[in-house]
Write a protein that binds this ligand. Structure first.
Ligand code: PRT
Ligand code: ZN
Length: 291
């Protein structure tokens, strides 16, 4: 008898996305247990395996169907040059960074034209090539595996194209960002055809659960009492809330209770604005799950 099929998710083994990828899968209700080796972890309450690899291999594995799903930075996905492309299912809201062009402080940058004839060091030659082509610029690309930020100091290149999150690395190396060419975050990708058609409903459930976890991460449940006359004004202040529930309060004609799911973070400033617009008894509650 053949063994029942298992869904494979490729995740980064170690690095910036590793912990968050695994936590996301755990938050979706899947219990991860270490396997016999480091490459494969198992989910004990569902037929799912985690294939733990270098992030650079994830697009190929998923594109070729070695894994059914993957979690990888959009930057790595865009840089992929071989094999079938995986399908992007949804952005995941972590691992945010930008691929930027940066130049030594004082470099006179007046738009992409300023890159004409320059040498640009990068670990993302394909994405950079596309950017240069779009802008009809001819420049030399120096491909480096890492430490791209030292290239101008070593006179390997005049300009660099690298990932930036806080900007501290650029600052330390006397560089400043002059152009953003790609906005990136971790994304869930899937292969075009699952390794076994019997896995379809599990795949759908995985997507729905991950969507739920991602959506509830910033979401908040807001409750408040509001003057009926200012209802419209108050609901407009609530971030990312559509159609709040409005309930009458016993014995009060002028005040109603408002409950709303806000899809975005609710800051103190928002509460202050609600209060100033007449709301009272404002409660903001976390949401654990959403579907
Ligand atoms: O071993 P493996 O190949 O799997 O990992 P890796 O070393 O290739 O990647 P890793 O773990 O460093 O990053 C994984 C993913 O995290 C990247 O592909 C991006 O999608 C995302 N990410 C988010 C980042 C950053 N932020 C980031 N800041 N990846 C790299 N950096 C580097 C950047 O290259 C530069 O050297 O951090 C430096 C800049 O950071 P700041 O904060 O100084 O601006
Ligand atoms: Zn890598």
């Amino acid at each position: 008898m053949s063994r029942p099929p298992r869904l494979r998710i490729a995740v980064q083994k170690s690095g910036r996305l590793a912990d968050k990828s695994q936590s996301l899968i755990e938050a979706a209700g899947f219990r991860v247990v270490k396997g016999a080796n480091d490459l494969l972890y198992k989910i004990e309450n569902a037929p799912i395996d985690l294939l733990r690899v270098r992030d650079d291999d994830i697009p190929t594995f998923v594109g070729d169907g070695v894994a059914d799903f993957g979690i990888v930075g959009r930057n790595v996905l865009e840089e992929r040059s071989e094999g079938a492309p995986p399908v992007e299912v949804m952005p995941l809201g972590f691992g945010r960074c930008e691929l930027r062009i940066a130049a030594p402080k004082g470099f006179d940058y007046a738009g992409p034209r300023s890159l004409e004839g320059k040498r640009i060091a990068t670990s993302y030659p394909n994405v950079l090539k596309k950017f240069l082509k779009r802008n009809d610029i001819r420049a030399d690309i120096v491909t480096m595996r890492g430490a791209v930020e030292v290239a101008p100091r070593l006179k390997l290149a005049q300009v660099i194209c690298d990932l930036v999150s806080t900007g501290a690395t650029l600052e330390t190396n006397g560089l400043e960002s002059v152009e953003t060419i790609l906005e990136s975050e971790a994304v869930l990708v899937r292969c075009r055809t699952l390794s076994d058609p019997a896995l379809e409903s599990l795949a759908e459930s995985l997507i729905a659960r991950i969507r739920g976890v991602s959506a509830s991460r910033d979401a908040k449940y807001v409750m408040m009492n509001a003057p009926r006359a200012r209802l419209e004004e108050l609901t407009a202040i609530l971030p990312g809330a559509d159609a709040p529930t409005v309930t009458p309060l016993a014995g009060r004609e002028d005040i109603v209770a408002v409950h709303a799911v806000c899809q975005e973070s609710v800051f103190w400033e928002t509460l202050e604005r609600l209060k100033a617009a007449g709301a009272s008894a404002i409660l903001v509650l976390p949401i654990e799950k959403m579907m």
